[in-house]
Design a protein around this ligand. Structure first.
Ligand SMILES: Cc1ncc(COP(=O)(O)O)c(C=O)c1O
Length: 379
């Protein structure tokens, strides 16, 4: 029997901290006692662990996932006059990073089922100025990297994977970071691998990208007192310590996310007014977010309000597509190869249900029951 009213949170990071507090605290203490808090031994250790996790040669810790993107673009020589192809149904930072690098953002539609970039829309957007494709592994599922890599080969383009949301995911016969020039990660608190604040990383097999990002993140310096133009964007050792402790649990947490996703799927299978997330056969979705879509856009706010009123902290990711934001494109260089029908539908219909490893069966079942209650009441 379900409790009459419950409170279901959207994030579980405090529960997560309590579950592995001794390991996190030990790493924090180790950093504090080392006396080296920036570019110290804990960062070096975590970078190696992160590279190994991706079976990649290099991992470079930076200040956040946005910096990881534009530092990767800069390392690949992308700047003013160059075009970067991506989607508008993503977190704002994907486009923001393109603009920070001075390049032009070119937007194509997403796939109707996965909401990741639709490879069949890319070729029509390619011009002589196109330099890089930027697929986003949205909600925790990889974009179709094989198709994207084939297009990149055909037109001699670079590929940067925006992997802020899908650490631990893989595709049908490919791994993240395997088919790209660089992959970027965000470690902001709510991510599948999140720290207590901001953090990010670039993963690459390209020694030049590794060298340039390392230099750029540290005031353009490879050697003490010698500088070229650069920035200050380093992953602090305290964050590296937290992330090193958490990385050891990422597989177990992914298993739990997938377990809750399966429970949602089984519970909600009969609902008439919503569409459930599509997991591409052969892919491993890591469910950073569990995003359902209402069949009708006018139902979205009703469902969201209903769940919130019932104590469930459901949210939307992302309710306003980038090209629909007020003031777009803020005098930045942008081009739309439209129509962006699927991206706009995704923005209009998305509802994210609570999804984190530390959820309980009772919380998931209560959320399922409330979605079904809304579904029954909705004509
Ligand atoms: C898809 C995507 N790209 C980029 C970012 C930017 O990362 P950060 O917030 O660490 O700068 C995020 C997350 O915040 C994201 O979800």
């Amino acid at each position: 029997m379900l409790a009459t009213k419950m409170s279901v949170a959207f994030y579980g990071h405090v529960r997560q901290y309590h579950n592995i507090q001794a390991e996190i605290d030990a790493n924090i203490r180790e950093v504090l006692e080392s006396g080296q808090y920036v570019l110290g031994p804990m960062l070096k250790r975590f970078e190696q662990e992160l590279a190994d996790f991706h079976a990649a040669k290099y991992a470079i810790g930076v200040g956040n996932g946005t910096d990881a993107l534009w530092l990767a673009f800069k390392a690949l020589g992308i700047g003013p006059g160059d075009e970067c192809i991506t989607t508008t149904n993503t977190f704002f930072a994907t486009a923001e990073a393109i603009w920070i690098s001075g390049a032009t953002a070119v937007f194509v539609d997403c796939d109707a089922r996965t909401n990741c970039i639709d490879p069949s829309k890319i070729e029509a957007a390619i011009t002589a100025r196109t330099k890089v494709l930027v697929p986003v592994h949205l909600y925790g599922q990889c974009a179709d990297m094989k198709a994207i890599r084939n297009i990149a080969h055909k037109y001699n383009l670079r590929v940067v994977e925006d992997n802020a949301q899908a650490i631990g995911a893989c595709g049908d016969g490919f791994k993240i970071a395997e088919l790209s020039d660089a992959t970027t990660i965000s470690f902001i608190t709510q991510k599948n691998l999140g720290t207590f604040g901001d953090g990010g990383a670039v993963i690459t097999n390209n020694s030049e990208v590794d060298r340039i990002v390392r230099r750029l993140r540290n005031h353009g310096s490879e050697k003490r007192s010698c500088h070229g133009m650069g920035y200050n964007s380093r992953l602090d050792d305290l964050h590296a310590g937290v992330l090193s402790a958490k990385l050891k649990h990422i597989e177990e947490w992914t298993r739990l996310r997938r377990k809750w996703a399966a429970r949602y799927r089984a519970g909600l299978a009969g609902a008439r007014n919503i569409k459930l997330p599509h997991e591409t056969p052969g892919y491993r979705h890591v469910f950073h977010l569990y995003v359902i879509e209402t069949r009708l856009p006018e139902h979205r706010d009703q469902l969201l309000q209903f769940l919130n009123d019932e104590g469930i902290d459901a949210k939307c990711h992302y309710p306003i597509a980038i090209h629909q934001q007020t003031g777009y494109p803020w005098r930045q260089q942008a081009r739309i190869l439209g129509p962006l029908t699927n991206s706009e539908r995704n923005a209009a219909c998305c509802v994210s249900l609570p999804m984190f490893p530390e959820l309980t069966e009772e919380e998931v079942d209560y959320t399922v029951a409330k979605v079904l209650e809304w579904d029954r009441r909705t004509p």
